[in-house]
Design a protein. Structure first.
Length: 101
């Protein structure tokens, strides 16, 4: 009996945004809006991880941010609790900035 392997949401998102890179900033904008509503920091960090993978992976991002790859991966994991400065460096490296409305 063949077991069907289902893709994770993260895999689907990575595939989609790899094919539609113009939509990455909107994806992060919506992720931030959702974070503002529900305070789900882990969901926002997961969105950053998706974008990191789409934009060349953790190795490339870690060089740009100035953190080792393992630390960056841990910071964006479900158990991660990155410093604000780390999140800001990641956003800056991804070409995104926070704005006060």
């Amino acid at each position: 009996m063949n077991k069907r392997k289902f893709r994770t949401l993260e895999e689907v998102e990575i595939e989609y945004f790899t094919k539609h890179p113009n939509e990455v900033k909107q994806y992060l904008r919506v992720a931030m809006e959702e974070y503002e509503k529900d305070g789900d920091e882990k969901a926002f960090l997961a969105s950053l991880a998706v974008v990191a993978k789409v934009r060349g992976g953790f190795s490339k991002l870690s060089r740009e941010v100035g953190l080792n790859r393992e630390h960056l991966y841990r910071a964006l994991s479900r158990k991660g609790d990155p410093k604000f400065s780390t999140v800001m460096n990641i956003l800056r490296s991804l070409g995104v900035s926070l704005k006060v409305a």
